[in-house]
Design a protein around this ligand. Structure first.
Ligand SMILES: [Fe+2]
Length: 448
C-alpha cells in the first residue's frame, strides 16, 4: 500500500493487541560496536584487523533451485571476497573469488555469489574468504573464514514439506518477526516467501540501510543463513532513489527478478510486476518492456517439462488481481490472462500475493470472496465487498490468497494435497483466519 506510515500502524496495532496478551517481549535495535569475545586462547585467536570473513550483515540465501543457490553478504568495508563450498561430508573446498573481467573486485562491500551446477537435494557447507589489494595495504594475506554455514538445494523428489509465507510487514520485522516465527512453527519450513513491501518506506537514498535494518538482518538471524528466502518485490521495495540497487543485494543470475524453481510436487514461480517505475516516460517505457519480457518468459515456461511435470504450480507476486481490476496496470492484463488457464497442463493452482493488507481468498471461478477477517474496509475502502462485480470475480479460474499485513501463512505440501493455513498469531490460541486444502485438479476444500 502506498503510505509511508505502515510501520507506525503496525506498531500501534501491536500496542492495542498487547492489552490482551503480551506477545512483544523483545525487539531488535541497531548498534555498531566491538563485541567482547571470551576465549582462553585469545592470544592465538584474536582476529586480524584485515579479517572481513565474518559478515557484517548476512549471509543470506536466495534464488534456490535444484542445482543452484545465491549467497549474499555484506562486509564492514569494501574488500575482495570469495566463497568456498563443499558437499557436506566431503573434505575439499571449492573457492571462487568475485571477479570482474578476470580481476578480483576490491570495490564492493555487498557480495553476491551465484552458485550453479550443484546437486539436487544436497546439503552444502560454505564459508567466506577475504583479501585486501596490495595497492591498499601491506597486509595482503588471504583470510579464510572461521564461520561455517550450510544450505540444502531444492529437491524434486521431496514429497512432503512446509513453506512459510508473510507479506507487507513494512520494516516491522524488528518487533513482529520473532513472535510471528515462533508462534506459527515457521522454523519447520524448507523455505520462506516474503510477498513484498518488506521495507518500512522505500529505498530512499540508502538501500543498504533499508534492506539490512528493514528485514534482512532479522531474516538472517532467524533462518536466512541456512534456508533460502524468496523476496518478492513490492511497490515499496521498488521505489526510492536507490531503486536500481535491488539487484546488487538480491539479484538473480538471469539478471531479472522473475524466476521459477521446483521443490517436490510444486513448481514455484515468482513474478515481478510493479507500478512504481511509471514516474517518467522512460520509466513507463521500461516497465512495459519488462512486463512483456515476463509474459514471453511465462509463455516459454509453460512449454517446459518442468511446468508440465509439476503436480502443482504456485505463483507469487506482490499484486494480486483485486489491485488490478480495471485497467490492470500492476499485474498486467496479458500476464493475468496467461495465468487464467483452465487446462490441466496449463493451469496454476494458487496465486499468492499481498499489498492490500487485508486477507482474502478467492476460490476458482467463485462469485464471492471468502475468509475476510470479520473485517472493516481498509483505508482505501477497497474491501470488504462489494469492490468488484460478480463478473469480475467469476472470470478468475484459479485460487488466490492475499495475505494481510504481517501474514503468517503455512503451506503443507504433499503429492495428494496442499494444506494452506492462515493464523492470527496475535491472539491466544492462534485462531485460524483461514484453512483449506488444494488438490492437483485445482479444486479447493474448505476446512474452516
Ligand atoms: Fe504494496
Amino acid at each position: 500500500m502506498k503510505k509511508v506510515t505502515w510501520l507506525a500502524a503496525a506498531l500501534c496495532a501491536a500496542a492495542a493487541a498487547n492489552a490482551e496478551e503480551t506477545l512483544w517481549t523483545k525487539y531488535q535495535h541497531w548498534e555498531v560496536m566491538p563485541v567482547l569475545t571470551e576465549d582462553p586462547e585469545a592470544g592465538n585467536n584474536v582476529r586480524q584487523q584485515m579479517d572481513f570473513t565474518k559478515p557484517w550483515h548476512g549471509p543470506w540465501l536466495i534464488n534456490p533451485s535444484t542445482t543452484g543457490m545465491t549467497v549474499g553478504m555484506i562486509t564492514r568495508i569494501r574488500v575482495g571476497a570469495a566463497i568456498e563450498w563443499r558437499e557436506k561430508g566431503t573434505e575439499n573446498w571449492t573457492r571462487r573469488w568475485n571477479a570482474t573481467c578476470g580481476t578480483i573486485d576490491y570495490s564492493e562491500d555487498v557480495h553476491l555469489f551465484h552458485l550453479q551446477g550443484l546437486k539436487p537435494g544436497t546439503t552444502y557447507e560454505y564459508r567466506f574468504v577475504t583479501a585486501m589489494s596490495g595497492l591498499e595495504t601491506a597486509y595482503t594475506g588471504i583470510v579464510v573464514g572461521r564461520e561455517m554455514y550450510t544450505f540444502t538445494t531444492m529437491d524434486p523428489k521431496r514429497e512432503k514439506y512446509r513453506v512459510w509465507a508473510t507479506a507487507d510487514f513494512h520494516g516491522g520485522a524488528r518487533l513482529n518477526l520473532d513472535p510471528m516465527y515462533e508462534r506459527t512453527e515457521a522454523s519447520t519450513a524448507d523455505f520462506y516467501l516474503l510477498l513484498g513491501d518488506n521495507v518500512e518506506d522505500r529505498f530512499a537514498s540508502d538501500a543498504m540501510f533499508y534492506i539490512t535494518y528493514g528485514y534482512m538482518d532479522d531474516v538472517c538471524r532467524l533462518w536466512g543463513k541456512a534456508k533460502p528466502t524468496v523476496f518478492v518485490r513490492g511497490n515499496h521495495d521498488a521505489s526510492g532513489q536507490h531503486i536500481g540497487q535491488w539487484g546488487r543485494f538480491q539479484g538473480h543470475p538471469s539478471g531479472h527478478n522473475y524466476f521459477s524453481f521446483t521443490q517436490g510436487p510444486v513448481l514455484w514461480v515468482a513474478l515481478d510486476t510493479n507500478r512504481e517505475w511509471q514516474n517518467s516516460p522512460a520509466g513507463t517505457e521500461q516497465m512495459k518492456a519488462y512486463q512483456q519480457e515476463q509474459l514471453d518468459w511465462l509463455r516459454a515456461l509453460k512449454k517446459t517439462d518442468e511446468w508440465k511435470r509439476a503436480k502443482y504450480r504456485i505463483v507469487c507476486n506482490h499484486f494480486g488481481w483485486p489491485a488490478d481490476i480495471g485497467e490492470s496496470p500492476n499485474l498486467g492484463a496479458d500476464i493475468a490472462k496467461e495465468l487464467n488457464d483452465v487446462t490441466p497442463e496449463g493451469r496454476i493452482h494458487l496465486f499468492l500475493a499481498g499489498h492490500t493488507h487485508v486477507y482474502t481468498r478467492h476460490d476458482p471461478g467463485a462469485a464471492e470472496l471468502k475468509a475476510f477477517p470479520a473485517g472493516k474496509p481498509n483505508k482505501k475502502g477497497v474491501l470488504p465487498p462489494p469492490y468488484a462485480s460478480k463478473e469480475d470475480l467469476t472470470q478468475y479460474k484459479y485460487c488466490q490468497v492475499i495475505g494481510r499485513q504481517c501474514e503468517t501463512l503455512t503451506l503443507d505440501v504433499s503429492p495428494e494435497k496442499i494444506v494452506v493455513r492462515s493464523r492470527d498469531w496475535r491472539k491466544p490460541g492462534l485462531p485460524d483466519y483461514d484453512k483449506f486444502e488444494l488438490y492437483p485438479d485445482g479444486s479447493v476444500k474448505d476446512l474452516k
